[in-house]
Design a protein around this ligand. Structure first.
Ligand code: M6R
Length: 297
């Protein structure tokens, strides 16, 4: 069970996908504030992964204390060394992202994703659910992330600033993604709300047709996380549905993706990466977009 709040909860969702895929284990991701007040079924032998930048979030801390009393093992993924959650956990890994000064958790989020990936890889190796070749491939993929992030910062900032200026007057934004990028859509929307005070919602792209599509018109920018992954064709058809209703599509795309580039009004490009690693890249343009819209407003 992964327990967290806010941005850390979004990292937990990515962790769920990683651990289920690589380790073939059931994972539930819980809002600490709900987990704390209801009466969850916890057995000794259960492992609670607590994710927290500050290590002091009260809902997370109390949820863990309750679970610990019921015999759960607590593994903390915490940024602040020596914080309350770090001290009460049985085991854990610090993210060592450095202090988060502003309200928006950004580098701590990407660091949480890295720790969750390493955790899933090690667990998969121990459980024998990953081949040595796939293990090595993913370690190399993780190793390549800093250079790929540097590429985004070097080559995309100007484009993102221009997008920010273009959509500065929007009252609402919708963020859509599938698979590993559904949590990234949620995180993009949260960053925009926190930093620019614009209303934004994140949604699984395929859920859109079950209600939110009613809101789409020429006033609504819809941000798709549409990088090349096994869902690419499906996300292209989701983009077409939005365009049919005159929504303005902004997309995070993989370098060289002409299909989505031709459909969207504006794109932010990221380098190609393995699906399991790509959330680490696709979140960066969304963090920058929120930042530059905030600055522009
Ligand atoms: O310190 P924590 O990670 O436990 O904090 C949880 C949330 O309050 C936090 O992630 C919040 O959502 C951030 N301000 C988001 O940027």
């Amino acid at each position: 069970v992964i327990v967290a709040c806010g941005t850390s909860w979004h990292a937990g969702l990515v962790g769920e996908y990683l651990i289920e895929e690589l380790c073939r284990l059931n994972v539930e991701v819980e809002y600490a504030s709900e987990f704390r007040y209801r009466n969850p079924v916890i057995s000794s032998g259960d492992v609670i992964i607590a994710i927290s930048q500050s290590g002091e979030t009260a809902d997370t801390l109390v949820a863990l204390e309750n679970a610990k009393k019921q015999g759960a093992t607590i593994f903390g993924i915490v940024n602040v060394v020596g914080s309350s959650i770090a001290r009460m956990a049985h085991a854990g890994a610090y993210t060592h992202a450095g202090p988060e000064i502003g309200v928006a958790s950004t580098k701590a989020f990407t660091a949480q994703l890295v720790v969750l990936h390493l955790f899933a890889l090690k667990l998969a190796e121990l459980r024998g659910t990953i081949t040595p070749e796939r293990f090595r491939e993913l370690v190399h993929e993780l190793d390549a992330v800093p250079d790929k992030v540097a590429w985004i910062l070097q080559h995309q900032e100007e484009a993102i600033q221009a997008i920010a200026r273009r959509y500065i007057d929007a009252h609402d934004f919708l963020y859509l993604g599938r698979g590993y990028h559904f949590p990234i859509a949620l995180e993009g929307a949260l960053k925009l709300k926190e930093i620019s005070y614009i209303h934004a919602e994140g949604y699984p792209a395929a859920e859109m047709k079950h209600g939110p599509i009613a809101l789409v018109d020429e006033q609504l920018p819809v941000v798709f996380v549409a990088t090349r992954d096994p869902y690419h064709e499906k996300i292209v058809s989701n983009i077409q549905e939005i365009i049919a209703r005159k929504g303005k599509v902004i997309a995070v795309v993989t370098e060289g993706d002409q299909v989505v580039t031709d459909l969207a009004e504006a794109v932010m490009t990221v380098p190609a990466a393995d699906e399991t690693v790509s959330p680490l890249l696709s979140v960066i343009p969304l963090q920058l977009l929120a930042y530059y819209i905030g600055v522009a407003r």
